[in-house]
Design a protein around this ligand. Structure first.
Ligand SMILES: [Zn+2]
Length: 164
């Protein structure tokens, strides 16, 4: 969802924040047309940035079927292939979020879902998104979900009125 001045934004189509079914921004040639999405299109952000999306990227590149937490654990142990998969993931997340920031200029973006527990995302992605954001100053903060990944917040952008 998108929260403006303390209130969730609600539109006539009830699709506010359905960012996951937009195409991945600034696509690389190898990312087109992208994986098939259950919505009927190809290359939706969700097909790259979900846990299965991360696992799928690792499978395409290495031929190894691993779950996202296993890939994250391997990267933390210094596995080069897993590290590359995570860096590709971080760059995609940075691109996806930069396109939101360029439209909404939010004070903060709160990640959700299982991958929001991956601590390295918060520093790495907010470094990487600077190259995609149309600004020379970067005050938007990338935050973990306040109530863990069970809070039901999926890729939510919160705009707070009184935050610095
Ligand atoms: Zn889709």
């Amino acid at each position: 969802g998108i929260c403006v001045h303390g209130q969730l934004l609600l539109g006539p189509n009830a699709i506010t924040g359905e960012w996951g079914h937009n195409p991945l921004p600034w696509p690389r040639p190898e990312e087109l047309p992208g994986p098939a999405c259950y919505c009927g299109k190809h290359g939706c952000i969700e097909t790259f940035l979900s846990g299965p999306g991360l696992a799928g990227e690792h499978l395409r590149r290495t031929g190894k079927t691993l779950m996202a937490p296993e890939i994250a654990a391997l990267a933390a142990q210094g596995d080069a292939a897993a590290e590359t998969t995570l860096q590709i993931y971080e760059d995609r997340l940075a691109r996806g979020l930069a396109s939101i920031i360029n439209v909404l200029d939010p004070h903060a973006i709160v990640l959700g879902g299982g991958l929001s527990q991956l601590q390295r995302l918060y520093d790495n992605v907010s470094q990487r998104w600077q190259q995609y954001i149309f600004s020379d100053i970067f005050h938007t903060r990338l935050l973990p979900p306040r109530f863990g990944d069970s809070s039901g917040v999926r890729g939510a952008a919160w705009l707070w009125r009184d935050q610095p």
